[in-house]
Design a protein around this ligand. Sequence first.
Ligand SMILES: *Cc1c(COP(=O)(O)O)cnc(C)c1O
Length: 395
Amino acid sequence: MTDFIRTRQAFHLPEGVTYLDGNSLGPMPVAAKERVSRMMAEEWSEMLITGWNRAGWYVQPRKVGDRIARLIGAGSGEVVMGDTLSIKVFQAVSAARALRPERRVILSDNGNFPSDLYVAEGLARAVDAELRVVAPEEVEHAIDDQLAVLMITEVDYRTGRRHDMKALTARAHQVGALTVWDLAHSAGAVDVDLTGADADFAVGCTYKYLNGGPGAPAFIWTHPRHADAAQPILQGWMGHAAPFAFDLGYTPAPGIERMRVGTPPVIAMTALDAALDIWDGVELADLRARSVELTEAFIAGVEANCPGVTLNSPRDPDMRGSQVSFRHPQGYAVMQALIAEGVIGDFRAPDVLRFGFAPLYNDLQDVQRAVDILARILREETWDQPHFHEKADVT
Ligand SMILES: *Cc1c(COP(=O)(O)O)cnc(C)c1O
């Protein structure tokens, strides 16, 4: 059994705060601070450039990738770190399309995060492909033999709706297409099994449920059957077979290493590595069970006590990731009032109150406190004050 008391204690959670926004930015692991200071004091400062070899900075993207592999049902040597998720989406979709050059269509859905759609739109323009975007419920029907790449974010960032990775992958394979799964709201949140689903490519960020810190590097996975065939369209020197030969022409490194682009963010990855220590001993089945318990309790509590909100997430936990959202016509102001009382969730336009439940550090007391405070704010309409209506830069 996973010890969730230990995992909760591994985070710095500010006094008086109930944090339900780990789906946007996970809290700081206590050990990250010390680990990064040590890296600065012992590695960067003393080793200087020799740190690439002596401290293992050069191989860190693959070593950290191996730690993430376990959390997404991938094998060792199949995941590499670097860049941001938007870049990794570009790499995965472009590589998948290049493996199906005779087909033009990239299919996604309108529950996807806009950055993924923007990236695919730009790629489609550059390589004469076509991006088709349908409603999430229409994806299965829209898969036909013109399809090159199915690009889907498994868990919808607003509603928490979870696609059936295995079924959609099987359907795409039936028509000869490849799949790219974005795990931004899945990795560290639900029981992902890329190998079991027989997916082709996957990408994700590490600053949400994996708690790597703001700007932590993204990951990319390629199924071993494609790893030596996938052409990394974004060809950088760190993905070259021999980066330090400084050849003028590009030869891709074997396997997943070719998805590296440039110099990795060593300091950020050190913080992420400390965050991944917390996952040692966490079983994905336990993670999933606790996530369902927390989200079910929150939905039941809000529906019984909070007037004026409507559930915006699937009611069936099998159809949901680890987040729950509700709609309220004054959603923005309601969320600002909640944050002022120490319950941090977030707002997504036009009227969505979004709450992420991270099994590693959220518990049933967090659920209870969030329900109680939300109920009071809505009953007493304390959200209706001018300062709660002012929009900030980042919402
Ligand atoms: C959070 C998120 C992103 C963000 O991409 P960055 O390049 O890391 O800013 C992209 N796609 C999805 C699906 C996300 O949830």
